[in-house]
Each structure stands twice: as C-alpha cells, then as structure tokens.
Ligand binder design. Sequence first.
Ligand code: MRU
Length: 348
Amino acid sequence: MIYPVIWQEDRALLIDQNRLPTEYSFVEISRYEDMAEAIKTMIVRGAPAIGVAAAYGVYLGAREIDTADRQEFLTQLEQIAQILGQTRPTAVNLFWAIARMLKAARQTVGPVDYIKTVLLETAKEINAEDLQTCQAIGDRGLEVLPTQPEKLCLLTHCNAGALATAGYGTALGVVRSAWREGRLARVYADETRPRLQGAKLTTWECVREGIPVTAITDSMAAHCMKQGLIDAVVVGADRIAANGDTANKIGTYSLALVAKAHNVPFFVAAPLSTIDWELPDGSQIPIEERHPSEIYQVGDTILYPPGVEFYNPAFDVTPANLIAAIVTEYGAFAPSQLKEKLHQQQAV
Ligand code: MRU
C-alpha cells in the first residue's frame, strides 16, 4: 500500500511527491510552518491528503504553544489554523480538516496538555477514516460502472490515487476495486499538464501494483473516445458544490465535454468531506492560480521565448449536467440527488 502521510515517532513523514517517479523518498515534518510549506509546494497534494496533512499540521502547531491558559491556547491555535488554511484555496478538505481539529480543541474539557493529546488522536482519526472512506468509494464505484464489456478501459485525469488521499484513492480507488474484481482491462492516464500528476504519479501507482496503464497526453482523450478505447471516465474532486458542480484539476471540464460528445459516462469519485454544502453551485468555488513556471518550464528546459504571458489556473469546474454520478462512501448519486441523499450525513 502507498501512504502519502505517515505519523511516526512524533513527526509526520510525507512522500515527496515532487520527486516521484524518479525518487521515492520521505520528508520529515516536525513543525506546522514546514507542513504549511509542504502543502503549498505540493510535496503533499490531492484534496484528502492535504486535509490529513493539515490536521497533523494543526497538532504540530498545538504542541508548540507554550501556555497552560485554555483561552490563550485556543487563540494561538486559531492563528496556526489560519496559516495552514492559507496554503491552497480550492480543495475544501483542507478547511474541513482544520475545522474538525478546531472543533475537537474547543469541545475538549480539561487541561491544555490533554487538549493536545486529543488533537493528535483527532488527526490520526481523520487519517484512518479517509483510508476506509476511499476503500468504500472504490467499492461503491463498481455499482455504477458500465456492465459491458466485462473488462473495462477507464480513463482518469490528474492523480486521485493513494498519493492524493490517506491511501487507496478516490477515482483510482474505483480503478483499484475494478482491478481486484477482474473488471478492469486497463486504465488510461491523462498526463495532466502542466504539473503532470497523471504522468508522474498515477502511472507510478499503477505500475507499482501491476495495474495495466497507458499514458496519453491530455489532447488525445477525444481521439481515444472516438476510437472506442474508453468505456468510462473516473476523476476525483477538490470541491463539489451542493448542486454537484465539481472543481477538479484543470482539464477535467474539457474531458467531461468530450465524454458527453461520445456518450462515455463521466463519474466523479469523492468523499463527503469534499462536498461544500455552503456553495449552491460551482460559480463561487475559488480557483487557485499557480506560478507560470509550471507552464513554461519542464525540468531545466524553458519551453517559450521571452515576452510570452501565461495564465495558469490549477482547477476548473465541471457543470453537474456533464456528470453521470458522484461516487461517495455512501453510494453513487446523480448530482441532482446529492443534497437530498447526503446533506443529513454530518461530515464534521
Ligand atoms: O493540484 P493537485 O495535485 O493537488 O490537484 C489534485 C486533484 O485535482 C485531484 O484530482 C483531486 O484533489 C482529487 S484527489 C482524490
């Protein structure tokens, strides 16, 4: 199994996702400022994994607070939470996990040292729950995949795998479950410009586990669908609005349009913690804009002449009407059913 965030001997170990696939190494994080930096620089990335990392970050900050006064402790904890919350704007799991940590601190009665131990336990719970949640998402995904052909070719975008979660993955969780049940012929992985999470991370996970994987560039998806190579598309999500509009890695929206044009079902796989019930639709989802060097530079190679300007939104929003179903740990639902079926389940 692949676990991108591990708690060991009083510190967090993060798989350095910026070094994959050439180097499989860990970064040790003992201070909340370093956790914030690791999230910003995408050593750890993917919505649920960011949430897990931030939860440990809150604890790392808490343990540094040097006061026995409860109110002073909570005030300082909120400042730490704010810094962690300023790392990446789109994935709502970040804010969900931080809110859950703050709630645990506020609700705990007892001395400050005891609140600190509760915070560590809560971070570990968030981590363990996400792993179970992803396994459930993977299995529930099997219920909506096309029944024919028996062995499916699934296309995915970005990395919504073990690396992007506590382990197992959401979209790649569905792929893993399909592989386990003998229902997968192959997964097609969009390389996912500009940061190449599909190329570097999704293919790495698949090869490691013997799942047949074919990499394509993002621009090849329509052609592959026209050729009948793709039976369904499964992607993850960074934030889902109450009506089912879904923010995910840039390029997801065009993939959904192309899938619609070819009658290929398009599924989103995500935990309840990715749904933002406060947003009625996707128009208010904040879209992170990242540094243009992600576009103009690959390794040491500069791709463009001087004088070019760049626009680098990291996410886009796929309208709910392009999504056949949203697969959650509670089952798969049409976007229009989301609120009615899931709103009563408390995510925090
Ligand atoms: O910028 P990233 O790599 O953090 O973006 C990740 C994605 O867009 C994933 O598809 C999403 O977080 C779902 S992860 C289960």
